[in-house]
Design a protein. Structure first.
Length: 251
């Protein structure tokens, strides 16, 4: 399989997977033209679109892609039924594309119906987990997003986190502000600053790294709890997550 990231809109990435026969699947096409350009240059043959949630910057290109390729199968959660999805999928569903098996994982928080797609080693998680951060809580709760993170954290360490936005620099700036003496966070922050200074992509990341530098995966960390200044002796871990997300919203 060949994984490709296609920059779109302001800071989105549209992900594609292609096999040795140039069949491809497209994940969260926020706009069509960048995808069509790649298809033309590489002579890809699109077979399916995967949608993680209903926001326009993830589904905005579906209609135009369907005009060009009317046989496309479009997978998505119930909330994308009016955005072009032709096959509604939910937690635990499995299907095969390009000869590989995909499993659907419900990851509510950013939206109530948000889902992620996993096919080892690829995780297409939309706006749930970012490198160094998590999605905003537009519809769901902090507890829902915390539980979504716990699900994703059960995946293998080598899982490639193919998220949908270039938010890593701002996320690592926030992490370094919360834990300014954490060597792994500081090292990653510097690496990301160097990459972005050259306008280079910071993704995909992997779960092993995220477990070290993503504060939203470290809610049990005593240093983090101390830095947040709360009373965490009896509070549930999702409360740490909620406090962290609130601080990020104000950062």
């Amino acid at each position: 399989m060949n994984l490709t990231s296609i920059p779109a809109l302001q800071d989105n990435y549209i992900w594609t997977l292609t096999d040795e026969h140039n069949h491809c699947l497209i994940v969260d096409p926020g706009e069509a033209q960048p995808v069509l350009d790649k298809i033309r240059v590489h002579r890809w043959q699109p077979v399916a679109i995967l949608l993680t949630h209903h926001h326009h910057d993830h589904v905005g290109g579906v209609a135009e892609l369907l005009q060009q390729f009317p046989e496309l199968e479009i997978f998505g959660p119930q909330e994308t039924a009016d955005k072009g999805a032709t096959r509604i999928v939910g937690d635990g569903d499995e299907f095969t594309l390009l000869g590989i098996n995909f499993r659907v994982i419900a990851t509510p928080g950013h939206t109530l119906g948000h889902i992620s797609y996993y096919s080892s080693p690829y995780l297409f998680c939309g706006d749930t987990m970012f490198s160094g951060g998590c999605g905003r809580l537009f519809e769901g709760t902090a507890q829902q997003m915390f539980e979504s993170f716990q699900k994703l954290n059960q995946l293998p360490a080598d899982t490639l986190i193919c998220c949908a936005h270039e938010y890593t620099l701002s996320n690592m700036k926030f992490a370094a502000a919360i834990l300014p003496h954490d060597p792994k966070i500081l090292a990653r922050f510097q690496q990301i600053k160097d990459l972005r200074a050259e306008n280079r992509i910071t993704l995909p990341t992997n779960l092993a790294l995220e477990r070290e530098i993503n504060l939203f995966l470290r809610t049990q960390d005593a240093d983090l709890q101390k830095a947040l200044g709360g009373n965490f002796t009896t509070a549930p871990l999702w409360q740490t997550f909620a406090d962290l997300r609130e601080k990020k919203d104000r950062f």
